[in-house]
Write a protein that binds this ligand. Sequence first.
Ligand SMILES: Cc1cn([C@H]2C[C@H](O)[C@@H](COP(=O)(O)OP(=O)(O)O[C@H]3O[C@@H](C)C(=O)[C@@H](O)[C@H]3O)O2)c(=O)[nH]c1=O
Length: 182
Amino acid sequence: MNVIDTAIPEVKIIEPTVFGDARGFFFESFNEQQFRKQTGVTLPFVQDNHSRSTQGVLRGLHYQIERAQGKLVRVVNGTVIDVAVDLRQSSPTFKQWVAVELSADNHRQLWIPPGFGHGFVVTSESADFLYKTTDYWFKAHERSIRWDDPELAINWGVTPSMVLLADKDKQALFLNEAELFE
Ligand SMILES: Cc1cn([C@H]2C[C@H](O)[C@@H](COP(=O)(O)OP(=O)(O)O[C@H]3O[C@@H](C)C(=O)[C@@H](O)[C@H]3O)O2)c(=O)[nH]c1=O
């Protein structure tokens, strides 16, 4: 696997080594030893999630204010633009974001550490999104920040009128109203 730095040092793109042959392909989608060695991340993963979304669906920007989750995310069908936003007020990259295309074809994964908001928008007909998390889900600690907050000015690469949101994300807070990390 290959680890690629992003504009935010703790957010990393992981490119697995894919072995293609006449049958199709094979790759190790997660190897704890390699992941630890090459990213320096030693947090254990405790939950695996799978969501399916249709074109234009945007899930985000989500985080847990307590029991913050690190996430290792990837796509096994379709294409998304995946976004990580630094919500740690003491961080030199506070309020900065990275957007990375993840697809079934590029096999890319994104490591998003605890303390970040996370979201993605589906740019293909549908997308199957898989991710590992470093802590469990706690409904009481869930928070959502508006995907289109002008203070963040995230370039999602999609036409805003095409975006489909859950009610909770329509009611999400602006960054300046939200509870953030120290
Ligand atoms: C996130 C989650 C949801 N659920 C349930 C709650 C709800 O009934 C249903 C759908 O949940 P949501 O609408 O919150 O799903 P979704 O909007 O896909 O939430 C996810 O979005 C992405 C961007 C993330 O980063 C994740 O951490 C998570 O917040 O699944 C669980 O049982 N376990 C979980 O870990």
